[in-house]
Design a protein around this ligand. Structure first.
Ligand SMILES: [Zn+2]
Length: 428
């Protein structure tokens, strides 16, 4: 047994559903008891009580630092690690200039393994313990991702990106090979320890109707998997897509027609949605994944967090590495706040922290397993130093509430604020 001490903040309810400040329980001198053998949380409680009750446990004391569930990045492209922060114009230029040439290298298993290792080093140093990533069209890229995560004991989600048109020759599969490769990779990795396979058409314009149909069938045959793709990121993308699927009512309807829209569908971006699309997404229980640093970096638009949550949509938060400009979920929360401000709907720190933990967990169907500080949850944790730089320290020092204390770290913090990261109870 191990007792991890610090401040704790535990969400009791969805902060969008009521008073955000009443949605979490804060304890200034508290701790989390972790079972090293199962990697799960046993108990949360006042520090002194826990030390008395578990007198033989190893104590790791983080002082005034804040213990939270590890961050969950609900949409990323690990193969784009090497090209993050590449200067560009619009989405399609950016894909052609940077993304596709880099992704073409992932048929080389050695290169894929090297990038996967670097990627997980980076996300863990930023306090992210679960990632949901697109790989490339190459099965090697999927093997590298899962093998590296398995070595580190992480709960991760990922899948082979499928594209059989509108991509360079060396990045195209076919409807049949996408189905066969995805099926084989799913059988190899899905449910192996903490790993989950995700069926992954990149987005409608890079798949033929035949490929979308094949992946819809694969999902129907494997309903416990998630499905991830992109939806309505940029206005010119929507025009382009609709020209390819003239029979569809709208972008969302394309996925719907091919059996790719139901609970467990993770729709990256989802910015420019019609009322009909919103109603349909809500009706089926799909999850919308907000990628704010990517949306501002690529100039895609302003996600309607307040409106979508008010109507009961499931929403996760994500970096969209490397279209997003940071590996940090702190920076991502800051960008979500800024996007909310530009829409005239400010988000409370409770909204932001919830989105990066319990909210994203619920969006990926893991709301009973990760993303909360509660007994029986997996012990993936981040410990935040709330005074990690002089600028943050001087502001946090005059805070009167935990929300005021943590907000400067959300807005100005980066990997220097991550005092420790735990994966299944082990410090990494
Ligand atoms: Zn993406």
């Amino acid at each position: 047994m191990k007792i991890i001490l610090g401040q704790t903040l535990s969400f009791l309810s969805d902060p969008f559903a009521g008073d955000p400040e009443a949605s979490a329980l804060w304890d200034r001198r508290s701790g989390v008891v972790v079972d090293d053998t199962t990697g799960t949380i046993v108990e949360i409680g006042p520090a002194d009580t826990l030390k008395r009750l578990w007198s033989n446990a190893v104590v790791e004391d983080h002082g005034d630092a804040l213990i939270l569930p590890g961050f969950i990045d609900a949409h990323a492209h690990y193969p784009q690690t090497g090209i993050i922060a590449s200067w560009g114009k619009r989405l399609i230029d950016w894909l052609n200039t940077y993304t596709f040439p880099e992704e073409a290298r992932f048929g080389d298993a050695g290169y894929a393994a090297e990038v996967a290792s670097r990627y997980f080093d980076l996300v863990l140093s930023n306090g992210t313990t679960t990632t949901v990533s697109f790989c490339t069209i190459h099965p090697e890229s999927v093997g590298a991702y899962f093998a590296e995560a398995q070595k580190r004991g992480m709960r991760v989600f990922g899948g082979k990106t499928c594209m059989d048109r509108n991509a360079p020759d060396n990045l195209r599969d076919t409807a049949q090979s996408a189905y066969d490769d995805s099926k084989r990779l799913l059988a190899r990795w899905h449910g192996q320890g903490r790993l989950s396979y995700v069926i992954t058409p990149r987005f409608a314009p890079t798949s033929t109707p035949e490929q979308l149909e094949a992946l819809g069938s694969l999902w129907a045959e494997n309903p416990s998997c998630l499905m991830q793709t992109h939806l309505s990121e940029q206005t010119e993308e929507i025009e382009w897509v609709m020209g390819m699927f003239p029979e569809a009512t709208d972008y969302t309807d394309i996925y719907d027609r091919f059996g790719l829209l139901r609970e467990g569908a993770l729709m990256g971006h989802a910015i420019h949605l019609s009322a009909r699309e919103r109603a349909r997404l809500k009706e089926v229980g799909a999850s919308l994944i907000h990628c704010p640093t990517s949306n501002t970096f690529i100039g895609s638009g302003l996600f309607d967090m307040a409106g979508l949550r008010a109507e009961g949509q499931k929403v996760g938060l994500a970096t969209d590495t490397g279209g997003g400009s940071s590996f940090s979920m702190l920076r991502t929360m800051a960008a979500a706040y800024e996007v909310g401000q530009l829409r005239g709907t400010p988000l409370h720190p409770a909204h932001l922290l919830w989105l990066a933990t319990a909210g994203s967990a619920e969006a990926i169907g893991m709301g009973q397993t990760i993303g909360r500080l509660a007994p029986d949850y997996e012990a993936d944790l981040v410990v935040l130093d709330l005074a990690s730089t002089p600028g943050i320290e001087q502001r946090a020092g005059r805070a009167e509430t935990i929300w005021e204390q943590v907000f400067p770290t959300i807005m100005m913090g980066d990997d220097r604020a991550v005092a420790a990261t735990y994966v299944a109870g082990q410090r990494v």
